[in-house]
Design a protein around this ligand. Sequence first.
Ligand SMILES: [Zn+2]
Length: 213
Amino acid sequence: MQYEEIRRQVLGAIREAQARGLIHGTSGNIAVRQPGGDVVAITPSGRPYDTMQPEDIAIVTLSGEWIDGPYRPSSETPMHTAVYRARPDVGATVHTHALYSTVMAMGLDELPPSTPPQAEFAPMRVIPFAVPGSQKLADYVTGALGADGLAVLLRNHGNFCCGRDIGAAMTAAVYVEEAAQVAYHAALLGQFHPLAAEDVQACKDMLAAGRAV
Ligand SMILES: [Zn+2]
């Protein structure tokens, strides 16, 4: 099997995202870039993840051309490949329709972090709705991520996270959903007090220096 390692990483990440309750059924999609290469492995479209095998994972070029695998790549491939083209530092991308991210994306322009580990993924900007698979959505995602962003929330849709590798991208997906979950519950109690901007920056500085927060 060609591209076996990145196919296995995609499938392993799907299993983890399922176990964490971040994706259900066939929703959400995950991609991993071939190190040093110009192709990505990405979940196929509309296939049940429960019975998926590594060889079922699609391989596409960075322009989104389907070059290997028995099933058509995810219909949401354009936003993933747009990020890989724009950001050479990105090695993996995770898109989910996670519940709290979806809820909080309806009422905010940006999701502020509430705890130090969440600060790494700020700013978590909310982008307007655009049809899945559209160039407009790809443009919104790459625009909101900018040169070094790690996460965006998609209004009426979910979230999109990236990282240097699949572990980092999955960590982002977990903490973004956690940030949304904390914000939701705190707002419900009428006591939503996210981290102050200077504390977010201080935490980011510590993380950048390799220290735990
Ligand atoms: Zn989606």
